[in-house]
Design a protein around this ligand. Sequence first.
Ligand SMILES: [Ca+2]
Length: 407
Amino acid sequence: MNRIANILGRLLFCCVFVFFSSLNTFAAPIDHQSFQEFLESFYLEAKGVGITRETYDRAFASVTEPDAKVLKSAAYQAEFTTKIWDYLDARVNPLSVIDGRIMAGVYSKIFSEVEKEFGVEASVILAIWSMESSYGAALRRTSRLHYVPRALATIAYADKRRQKFGRSQLLATLQIVQAGDVSLDQLMGSWAGAMGHTQFIPTSFLAYGVDFDGDGRRDIWNSIPDALATAANLLRQNKWRTGKPWGYEVKVPADGALFKGKTKTIAEWQKIGFIRPDGMVFDYVGDDAELKLIGGDDGPGFLMMKNFFVLKRYNNSDFYALAVGLLADKLAGKKSMVQSWPRPAGALSASQKFELQELLAEKGFYSGGIDGRIGSNTKKGIKAFQLKNGLAPDGEPTLDLLHALKK
Ligand SMILES: [Ca+2]
């Protein structure tokens, strides 16, 4: 358990709701104000939504300058070349499944109450909890957390591209402060303001936050019942269909890829020749489903139903919603994907990625988590190994490299 907790603790924080895609960030003050001048002028806006001077001053009492780390994160340009199989390897793997089963046992009473109240299956909430904060483990990495009023004020003040987001989220944060859901020293979140076990941004917290343990506060930071119920509430409010699948993996018939992005009933898809790869029959043949080819035209097909799109309300990404769906299936003991992803020749499978990290660690080239995520630290380790062994230091995790490590 310790090892699992430790590994989970190292899993990267997953930032929910917020997926920024444009490319230019100018981390410079907007409107030529100093940060203090900005805070002073923003009070008028806060006052407009009912924030008292007392709340405002209390929220910013400890804040003297922008959060430099927030600006650094805001300027970071995410890689857009991530493939779905790499994304899933890092999130739907033996580790997330084992720990999910443990958490399902520990919190079984809460899960059955949440299921009863909100009509959302425990396996789905577990999968979201895993994706958002590694079942809370990410919240213990306090060095990665930011004081939310300061983080959002920084964005509103200096991040041209996200200024509007920063301002509206900052106003929502001040409303949370005023409502007293959480003490100021615990009002921590990601650089972009995603908070607590289920990584809600402030406006979503205000819209969906639930006090499920009945102590009078909606506390998604410390109360597991509140956090899980809040996630379930978001799905319910967006019309989650209890007991129905998120969709089906399908075998795409010849030329079937032409229908990519089209919506038809399952029965209609069947008529065109789409089948389940395990030979099982479709349920819900009258339901609408959209054909998605998330791994490209040569990869497995998916007929995505209503619940898939409800999951995207949590985080508007096909990768995210598919990962939640597949992990939930595994946690519910259902069969997972049958077909393989079109991984390029020489690419590693999920288990081989774990093996690679273990071997690098054993040989002293890597000290990060054994989590199947090939991030910059793992790549650094690979390069160090390659240099030491006379190989071209490209940092790429390939089968050849794995074989070299095994020698
Ligand atoms: Ca509560």
